[in-house]
Write a protein that binds this ligand. Structure first.
Ligand code: ZN
Length: 449
């Protein structure tokens, strides 16, 4: 453990609050500033009656010209493929080859732009090899402006009180005092640890929310859900009014959304792209997902519903037509909300989150979440774990009042419909879903060797 961290954990809680606020101040300086102010003003005032593709092409050309000048990997690639800039149409983007994760890993150094940008190490995926990634401050600030603008559309303004459920380790593992949160004063943000969501601790979390009275909740939705389920079970309501709930980092199933909205009495608005490599997508008041087209381009790729992303705010480590591993359904619909970015019909899951079936091939998270649809809200959460090609376990949290034995038959029937009748399905009712080491809870857990 780094000395800094060790000191933090050994400090009394009030000192930890001060350290958290100091760290918060550093992050704030990185994320807010001139670039942020300019961008958010632009977003508030811009003319959204024009065709978004005009602006997207402008941004794409500026990004590609930057990359051609500053990034060794693309300098070489553009030469080899005779890429002539600027493009006159968005279709020309397809003349640039798709970027695989493995290429990014193997030629990591060549992806770092020759600019003065802070470089951070980041562990990449399953191989555990650290990936070097650099970010330009202006890009970080532009992303913040987009995320804050999205929240403004739903009545939450930067500086208002918010409570964030976070997988950052805030407390020592062995801390006994039931104070599982820290205060980040510069942002008016209460950070709630998602690692202590045991039933006996939940009343303390609810009490703290009532004391702090945030305008919004954000962060890990499965952690919010633990509290929501507890509140519904014990017929507790918050004694203040929330404006909105903004989940990040995990898939929000329709079931989760219903429970969160019911327990917290506030609307849920989803977003995608909180990890830096992807363009930002956010949900509008009509409950449609819009691509923030100023941040990038999303194209369908191959047969399986996969997409490749080009993200304009990655100038430090540029990603062009990057095979990010996520699946989405794109739409040509129009929306009446006033935002002009293209609509994403649905985000269908992360690249690795699928069950392999002998009969059906890959069955993705998005389809797994439909299993409980035939039930009268009697399953609160579910998780499917695969152990072998023909063997899965379906874990579920039954609603104590609504779940009756015949619902087991329905779950089995739906599983077989989805995964084929030769799949051996074990049903396992549980009281709580197990968290991964990073605090997240998975819908699909792949344990096949
Ligand atoms: Zn809309």
């Amino acid at each position: 453990m780094a000395l800094k961290e060790e000191l933090y954990y050994k400090s009394p809680i009030f000192i930890q609050n001060i350290l958290t606020s100091l760290y918060g101040k550093k992050l704030m300086q990185e994320r807010y500033g001139m670039g942020y102010e300019e961008k958010i003003k632009e977003l508030r005032e811009k003319d959204r009656t024009i065709d978004y593709r005009i602006e997207q092409l402008e941004r794409l050309n500026a990004f590609l010209l930057f990359v051609q000048t500053h990034t060794p990997y693309y300098q070489k690639l553009f030469q080899e493929h005779d890429i002539r800039l600027p493009f006159t149409s968005l279709d020309q983007l397809q003349t640039i080859p798709v970027l695989e994760k493995e290429t990014l890993r193997q030629q990591n150094a060549a992806f770092l732009s020759n600019i003065d940008a802070p470089v951070r190490g980041r562990t990449g995926g399953t191989s555990g090899k650290s990936l070097q990634v650099a970010f330009m401050r202006e890009d970080v600030q532009e992303r913040m402006a987009h995320l804050d603008y999205f929240k403004e559309l739903h009545g939450f303004y930067s500086g208002m009180r918010r409570a964030s459920f976070t997988g950052r380790t805030l407390t020592a593992v062995d801390q006994k005092k039931p104070i599982f949160w820290r205060m980040n004063r510069p942002l008016n943000q209460l950070l709630l640890s998602i690692f202590h969501m045991k039933e006996e601790n939940l009343p303390a979390y609810i009490e703290e929310l009532n004391r702090f009275r945030p305008a919004a909740l954000d962060g890990t939705p499965t952690a919010m859900l633990e509290i929501a389920l507890y509140m519904l079970k014990h017929k507790i309501q918050l004694d203040f009014k929330l404006t909105a709930i903004f989940p990040t980092a995990e898939t929000v199933t329709p079931e989760m959304r219903r429970l969160l909205e019911e327990a917290f009495q506030a609307p849920v608005f989803d977003q995608y792209g909180s990890s830096e490599g992807a363009p930002i997508i956010s949900e509008c008041r009509e409950r449609k997902l819009h691509l923030h087209h100023e941040t990038g381009i999303i194209e369908p790729y191959g047969e399986g519903g996969e997409v490749v992303v080009t993200c304009f705010t990655t100038r430090g480590t540029p990603l062009i037509r990057y095979r990010i591993g996520d699946r989405m359904t794109l739409s040509h619909d129009q929306c009446t909300c006033g935002l002009n970015g293209p609509i994403i019909e649905s985000i269908d899951g992360r690249g690795t989150s699928y069950i392999v079936s002998e009969k059906r091939g890959k069955v993705f998270e998005g389809d797994i979440t439909t299993i409980a649809r035939e039930l009268p809200n009697s399953v609160l959460r579910l998780q499917v774990e695969q152990y072998a090609l023909n063997q899965v376990t379906l874990r579920y949290i039954p609603d104590e009042q609504l779940f009756v034995p015949k619902h087991e038959k329905i779950l089995l029937r739906e599983m077989h419909k989805l995964l084929g009748s030769s799949m051996q399905v074990t049903l396992e009712p549980v009281r709580q879903m197990k968290q991964e080491p990073n605090g997240k809870t998975l819908i699909v857990r792949q344990s096949m060797k």
